[in-house]
Design a protein around this ligand. Structure first.
Ligand code: HH2
Length: 287
């Protein structure tokens, strides 16, 4: 990052060296996430994977204890805490020493509060404060960052025939409204990231339109985070299962960068860091 006084500075302090992007590594401590469920359920496996993600160049580690795949059953706050807290407590100091930010992927105030107390400094709220509006005050009082994501409905029902007249305009309106809610409740605007919520209540066409017209969300004045990693729209286009979606993940993230996204949530960090380095170096040469 070059301009530490820019409004995106707070979140993008995580960006790497000369580069203006940050890759967020996914650390799902769940039995049932759609592509890596069960792989890092044991705290020791999750902690080891977190270390790998840091070594691969992740500038943010997103720890999640509840799957939000379509149809996923809800998890109690106690269970979510049981899954995430040991990982946060172990990884927190190591991440801090490496200058890596820890994020908690939750829509529950209790889980967010415990994570912030354990050293997380970003709350990634997929419900964008709709389920737990009090997350806004928590974030405000702790000085953390906040990611607000668009989701149509909830994970149990979101993929039942999603409909929009203009998906980009509707996602933009929603994000604008939730951003205003957050700032009205004390969250400094410069601490907020916005995310169109790829795959959350959207068809393949909706997801593609959001990537192709991502620039329209830049008018909201906040950095855009995007999560396409291994998602089903890539499978629908390529015919690949979750283990074969890396190339599609890279393509969608490179395009999202070109259309203005700056934070990228992925399972495989190293290939995207390289791809984005080459992309940004090339674009810089062209301009
Ligand atoms: N996608 C997932 C989870 N959290 N957070 C943000 N901000 N944006 C996203 O696109 C996003 C997210 C779903 O992916 P994953 O964590 O791999 O799966 P699961 O929800 O099944 O654990």
């Amino acid at each position: 990052m070059t301009d530490s006084s820019s409004s995106a500075a707070h979140v993008l302090r995580a960006a790497s060296g000369d580069f203006d992007f940050a890759v967020m590594g996914i650390l799902n401590v769940t039995p049932d996430s759609f592509s890596d469920g069960g792989a890092y359920e044991e705290p020791s496996a999750a902690i080891a994977h977190g270390r790998e993600l840091i070594a691969e160049g992740a500038r943010i580690i997103d720890v999640g204890g509840e799957s939000t795949r379509p149809g996923a059953p809800p998890v109690s706050p106690a269970e979510e805490l049981r899954r995430t807290q040991p990982v946060l407590e172990a990884l927190g100091p190591e991440a801090a020493a490496a200058g890596v930010q820890i994020s908690i992927d939750t829509s529950k105030a209790q889980v967010a509060a415990a994570a912030l107390a354990a050293g997380a400094s970003l709350v990634n709220d997929q419900a964008a404060l709709r389920y737990a509006p009090e997350i806004a005050e928590l974030v405000a009082s702790s000085g953390a960052d906040l990611c607000l994501m668009h989701m149509s409905g909830d994970p149990r029902t979101m993929q039942r025939d999603p409909h929009y007249d203009d998906v980009v305009a509707e996602v933009k309106r929603f994000l604008e409204q939730q951003l205003r809610f957050a700032t009205d409740h004390g969250v400094p605007e410069e601490r907020v990231l916005l995310d169109p919520g790829i795959g959350f209540g959207k068809t393949v066409e909706h997801n593609l339109a959001l990537i192709a017209r991502l620039d329209e969300l830049l008018a909201l004045g906040r950095p855009i985070l995007i999560g396409t990693s291994r998602k089903s729209f890539i499978g629908r286009i390529t015919g690949r299962d979750t283990s074969g979606r890396l190339a599609g993940t890279l393509a969608s993230n490179i395009l999202a960068y070109e259309h203005g996204a700056r934070v990228f949530r992925v399972h495989e960090v190293a290939p995207l860091v390289d791809a984005l380095k080459v992309t940004t170096a090339t674009l810089r040469q062209a301009r």
